[in-house]
Design a protein around this ligand. Structure first.
Ligand code: ADP
Ligand code: ADP
Length: 220
């Protein structure tokens, strides 16, 4: 039911506190958003959940495992970093083919994923020619290779094209509807209101508000 559980996470960089005891749960089939301004601790929390950095205190369960002990869960997680960095001299399709090879996923998944992110027509153009939104969509397709149960996105940035933004939101909603768990960060209240089911508003390393998106809309 809860695919991600973080309890009492604390993290300091040097003597500067980034997270002061944050707890979070992400439910299967739902979009959970971590909302907060720059420097709030969002990326630190995501990286701890992924097992990429150790917390000073607290516990994480993702897909019922401890990410620091069981690295094999990584195969069941799609992760999109903030500002995905893709090689500009490759095409979108080549990026996916390369990732499929690394992940041990069959290449035959690629056309379906390109379709899902609306990149079929642009798949054979070089990344250098893509807009921010297009790069983001290739990064999502890449993260979805192998049909991961959990999708984690750090500040997905579609650029400013309203059509792209709407398509992206619908796509993420469909991924959740499909029974996958989505955890994303954002600094945009409007964005979170339009997409999330559950919201954690983090400020200076602490949870300031936690609730459904309906509660968020009533409050802010
Ligand atoms: P957000 O993702 O919400 O912008 P971060 O988790 O990146 O927040 O950062 C939280 C705080 O921790 C910020 O004050 C940031 O400058 C600091 N921080 C993040 N990463 C490091 C690091 N590697 N070393 C030192 N301080 C860091
Ligand atoms: P985000 O907004 O996603 O947290 P940042 O721009 O804060 O991204 O961080 C980018 C990179 O720089 C990360 O690897 C983060 O750990 C590191 N970083 C952030 N703040 C600091 C800092 N004050 N000192 C050292 N490294 C930092």
């Amino acid at each position: 039911f809860y695919m991600i559980i973080a309890e009492g996470i604390r993290k300091k960089y040097g003597n500067k506190s980034a997270l002061n005891g944050v707890s979070l749960k992400a439910e299967k089939g739902k979009i959970t958003a971590i909302l907060g301004p720059n420097g709030a601790g969002k990326t630190t929390l995501i990286r701890i959940i992924l097992g990429l950095i150790f917390p000073d205190d607290g516990e994480v369960r993702i897909l019922d495992e401890d990410p620091f002990k069981d690295k094999s869960i990584f195969k069941k997680i799609g992760y999109i970093q903030e500002l995905p960095n893709l090689p500009p001299f490759l095409t979108g399709r080549e990026v996916l083919e390369f990732s499929a090879k690394i992940k041990g996923v069959d290449k035959s998944e690629i056309p379906k994923l390109l379709e899902m992110v609306g990149m079929t027509e642009n798949a054979d153009k070089k990344i250098a020619k893509y807009s921010k939104g297009m790069i983001q969509r290739i990064a999502i397709a890449e993260a979805m290779l192998g049909n991961p149960e959990v999708l984690i996105m750090d500040e997905p940035n579609m650029g400013t094209d309203p059509v792209l933004i709407t398509n992206f939101r619908n796509m993420v909603k469909n991924i959740a509807k499909d029974g996958r768990t989505v955890l994303m960060t954002s600094h945009e209240m409007e964005d979170v209101k339009k997409i999330a089911d559950k919201v954690y508003f983090i400020f200076k390393g602490s949870v300031y508000f936690e609730g459904t998106v309906e509660d968020l809309i009533k409050r802010f």
